[in-house]
Design a protein around this ligand. Sequence first.
Ligand SMILES: NC(=O)c1ccc[n+]([C@@H]2O[C@H](COP(=O)([O-])OP(=O)(O)OC[C@H]3O[C@@H](n4cnc5c(N)ncnc54)[C@H](OP(=O)(O)O)[C@@H]3O)[C@@H](O)[C@H]2O)c1
Length: 348
Amino acid sequence: MILRIAMIGFGNVGQEFASMLLARREWLLKDRGLDAEVLAIYTKSRGALLSKRALDLGKCLELVRGGRNLSEYGPESTSLSPVELISKCNADVLIELSPLNIESGQPAIDHIVAGIENGMDVVTANKGPVAFAYKRLRNLARSKGIHFRFEGTVMDGTPIFNLVEKTLQGCEVLGLEGILNSTSNYVLTEMTSGKTVEQAVRAAQKGGFAEADPSLDLEGWDAAAKITALANVLMDADTTPKSVDRQGIGGIEAKDIERASSLNKKYKLIARAEAAGEGIRLSVRPEMIGPDSTFWSVDGTSSALTIRTDLMGDLTILETNPRVTQTAYAVFSDILSVLESIRAGTAH
Ligand SMILES: NC(=O)c1ccc[n+]([C@@H]2O[C@H](COP(=O)([O-])OP(=O)(O)OC[C@H]3O[C@@H](n4cnc5c(N)ncnc54)[C@H](OP(=O)(O)O)[C@@H]3O)[C@@H](O)[C@H]2O)c1
């Protein structure tokens, strides 16, 4: 079977996914009978490509990693907008990997709608669409018999959505609690060894896991988007990051860390989703925790999520030292799930 792919966004995750596709090409063919071909690639500032035949991914990677423009690839170069590219590409699957827009989730939502309207299955690692428009996208996808998958949106591909969907069937998720933002957790950990926020942020930027503008992380927006995406999917919350009761770690000072330490406690940025009356309350805030907490040893760039269920009790998943490979793998495994569902004749 040939699966034709269109990629909107060819940055860190997109390039890593392309490398993975090349590295696993033989395995895909032999083990899964799948030939995955990329027909279209869009970047905002490094060119875009549209082809009737499989693009040479090695050549695309060489160009962008060499700081060159995809327009140098050849006549496949195009100036179409992402939505135009999606409408014209004739691909089976859209992989949406544009940056997170924390204000609205756009334009990624429009890209996904265009993909679904054009009959394409959709895989994304962009949490914006799941945090701002999950119900709408899910319903649209269902109405068209389209698969919509997004494992890479939370905890860099650690199986959360798949875990609940595939292995906790029939369980109700009653609540969620986690450390979901690597940068904030790293900064809080570094502060316990005497670093200032500025020093810790600089080290995180040097390590490549904090943005040039770390405010999305430090003000709790990234964690808010993640807990919203989780609650929308796993608890049917139908809300947006704007309704999260949010407080970042910006207000935490060295004296707070010292005080917590003197009490044998630590500060952690905890994101939570819990039932409140008829609705679901979402919050992100720094909290002091003690050695009895599940999250006590979740330090540095690690993340963790506790899923509270009615039939399986509390499950905690820990992710240590995430890398971009894990997110790219989430996209890869979502593609395999789509393939499995196509073969089984089922839609999500
Ligand atoms: N990096 C990670 O470890 C990680 C982990 C989990 C989730 N994610 C999510 O995965 C997505 C991709 O992350 P990334 O690290 O690959 O980001 P990135 O390196 O910034 O790449 C983003 C890509 O999207 C393109 N782009 C920018 N604005 C666009 C627009 N308006 N429409 C379409 N494409 C646009 C960029 O073009 P240029 O090439 O011209 O800049 C680039 O090719 C993001 O939503 C991110 O939050 C990332």
